[in-house]
Ligand binder design. Structure first.
Ligand SMILES: Cc1cc2nc3c(=O)[nH]c(=O)nc-3n(C[C@H](O)[C@H](O)[C@H](O)COP(=O)(O)OP(=O)(O)OC[C@H]3O[C@@H](n4cnc5c(N)ncnc54)[C@H](O)[C@@H]3O)c2cc1C
Length: 342
């Protein structure tokens, strides 16, 4: 076993950063490896954490268990890095029609209806409600802050890691020949880069591309993310992010005219103010057919672990499931049956 690194983490998106965070908290020595995909989902994401989604106002899976843990991890991360990362405040959900309002009536505390909706900014004939608990993680700042911290500790390597040739597992360790290291374990946290990883061929990937616009909207003073089919999230001054699309056929991170048009059309349904598009980006979400995260260790080689399937909720799920996987690998604690690698 190499004296310097006990573990390697492949991928520094939300999943890999959360795994490294948990290893660091347990004072384990690790090396983070990332090839620097500029379009990684975690770098395109808006980082929104939302308690209800869709027209059926469905409660987010495992919200109660995951929200508090996410806030605690990102709060501790702010204290550790000195960087503001989490905006913890309610969001606003506008109703598209009377039917949506009826659905919400059975689920949402009525005192949360129709509070502080500015009708100069938004067309909202059916009103809306406060989404709470909700938050927004500045994902790029989070990743950059930890990349800097890991690099300062000589625990970060920019490398296009090939799982097929760069990993040689044995019964109780893993050799990484190109790095000249032997470690106790490798955590694969590659997002959609994990499609084709030969150690985990059964992960049922069903990737979904998403596009995001950066907008300048002079005169819009809304401080909450606003959801109505598409979402609009304030990121400072008159700058907002808007998204997103869900495309299961195209797995390239290339922005499309159709994606931009769909987001703009969705915005015009409720936003009364004109906007200017400053930027347009796309990424591919690591969604699985199970629609849940997936984590576990290789059935034959216990040194090989994976965390994937964060889908469209990486900010919410990464902290809890990274902790669960690290506890499993280090202490043999059981994994939640809903997310255990099949
Ligand atoms: C448009 C869009 C909007 C979204 N909005 C939200 C949102 O509002 N809220 C939310 O919670 N989630 C959102 N998501 C989802 C969220 O982004 C994902 O759940 C999350 O980013 C997945 O993180 P990950 O670490 O698994 O994967 P990734 O972010 O893809 O990270 C994988 C990392 O692994 C590296 N890597 C891969 N293969 C290799 C290799 N062979 N060698 C070295 N490095 C490698 C890549 O460079 C990358 O950095 C959104 C996603 C998209 C695309």
């Amino acid at each position: 076993m190499d004296r310097d690194f006990e573990f390697a983490v492949v991928g520094q998106g939300l999943a890999g950063t959360a795994v490294a965070w948990q290893l660091r908290r347990r004072r384990r020595r690790f090396l983070v490896i990332d090839r620097g995909d500029p379009h990684a989902a975690s770098r395109v994401a808006a980082g929104l954490i939302t308690p209800y989604t869709g027209r059926r106002i469905a409660r987010t899976w495992k919200l109660d268990e995951c929200f508090g843990a996410a806030v605690a991890v990102y709060g501790a991360s702010e204290a550790e890095t000195g960087v503001k990362l989490l905006h913890h405040a309610p969001a606003l959900r506008l109703f598209a029609d009377a039917a949506e309002r009826d659905v919400a009536r059975g689920k949402i505390d009525p005192t949360r209806f129709d509070r502080a909706i500015n009708r100069d900014w938004f067309a909202a004939p059916h009103g809306g409600f406060d989404l709470t608990p909700a938050a927004r993680l500045d994902t790029t700042r989070f990743l950059d802050a930890y990349r800097t911290l890991f690099a300062e500790q000589h625990a970060y390597r920019v490398m296009d890691f090939d799982p097929a040739t760069d990993v040689e597992p044995t019964a109780d360790s893993v050799r990484l020949p190109r790095l000249g290291l032997t470690v106790r374990g490798v955590f694969f946290c590659q997002g959609v880069g994990g499609v084709g990883n030969p150690w985990f061929p059964t992960v049922p990937y069903n990737p979904a591309k998403g596009e995001v616009l950066t907008l300048r909207i002079p005169g819009l003073g809304e401080t909450r993310p606003v959801h109505r089919g598409v979402w609009l999230a304030p990121v400072g001054g008159d700058t907002f992010l808007a998204g997103s699309t869900y495309d299961r056929a195209d797995h390239t991170p290339t922005p499309t005219a159709a994606g931009r048009a769909a987001i703009e059309a969705g915005l015009r349904e409720f936003l009364k103010l004109p906007f200017e598009v400053l930027d347009h980006r796309a990424g591919v979400r690591p969604v699985l057919l199970t629609t849940k995260p997936m984590l576990g260790v290789h059935p034959r080689w216990p040194g090989l672990a994976i965390l994937t399937g964060l889908g469209s909720k990486g900010s919410l799920y990464a902290p809890v499931f990274a902790a669960q996987l690290v506890d499993h690998v280090i202490d043999g604690r059981p994994l939640d049956a809903d997310v255990r690698l099949a």
